[in-house]
Design a binder for this molecule. Sequence first.
Ligand SMILES: C[S@@+](CC[C@H](N)C(=O)[O-])C[C@H]1O[C@@H](n2cnc3c(N)ncnc32)[C@H](O)[C@@H]1O
Length: 300
Amino acid sequence: MATPRNPHFDDNRVVWSDEYSGHYVPIAYDVQFDEQWRLFLERAIGFRDHTGVEISDNFINDRIFELTGVRDYIVASQNIDEAEQNRDIGGKLYLDPKFPIDFFQGKRCLDIGCGAGRWTKTLKTLGAHVKSTDVSRHGLASTRRINDDVEELNLFDILEKRADLHGYADFTLCWGVLMCTHDPYLAFRNVAATVKPGGDLYIMVYAPTYHASDFVLNSRRRFHQQARTNEQKLAFAYEISNRPENAINLLDMLNTFYNWVIPKDVAVGWFEQQGFEDITVLNLHEPHNCGWHIKGHKKS
Ligand SMILES: C[S@@+](CC[C@H](N)C(=O)[O-])C[C@H]1O[C@@H](n2cnc3c(N)ncnc32)[C@H](O)[C@@H]1O
């Protein structure tokens, strides 16, 4: 099969514009993150004890703090090992405003592109009923350890094939997924359809900052030209990582065929077009932000 056209490498397009919707084709979404979730399950260095993936209680306490501002929500073990003490590898989020601590209590939530399950565990700990979906076999296997309601789902099937999920959720979270697809705008419309009137949607997409930097763009070009086998890909990620413990962040940004950055007003426009109000950029004042964290309330 011919390699699909890549917006960056073939067309010099990095910044997403909704005019590009329909120009690019889907790829095998089930494989591109699968290796990093497999390495997490294997507890490989750089793929565990990292804010981007870890699901142990102390790490989930940190995620809860980021979302709500409440510290030590889970009574954590007194035996904090060195890896857990040093648990900012991968960075932390600066969300303001935050969600009230009881915001998720009793809500029906959908975690679309759940990966290894860190947000699923966070929402469940805060009292939500969560359905977790992804296309990665190892991501689903990881999340099944912490949630019974886990389903393989390509988010692009929601609008046309999954009427049962339309208006399904009080709260849908889609964190770090949309911009890694051939059509983030179409992806957003699929995800937005799952929110019931009066419900809320929270997305994180890459901003035109770090992911549009020369370092990322040049590394991605080299990676896609040179690395073929999983071993070569992993070696490349370790090579350019500032420290081996951070390898997952590097592999995550290298592995994706599509890696759009999204202007804030474009992402806010998606919410407006799909009938959301009270649209809030939760990290507007974050220094050196990598992404946009945006929440909206679907009109009743
Ligand atoms: C960067 S990871 C984020 C994982 C998780 N949301 C988190 O924050 O830890 C992106 C996830 O989206 C999933 N994904 C990518 N394309 C998808 C698609 N078309 N349908 C469903 N999930 C997809 C990947 O398998 C991967 O687990």
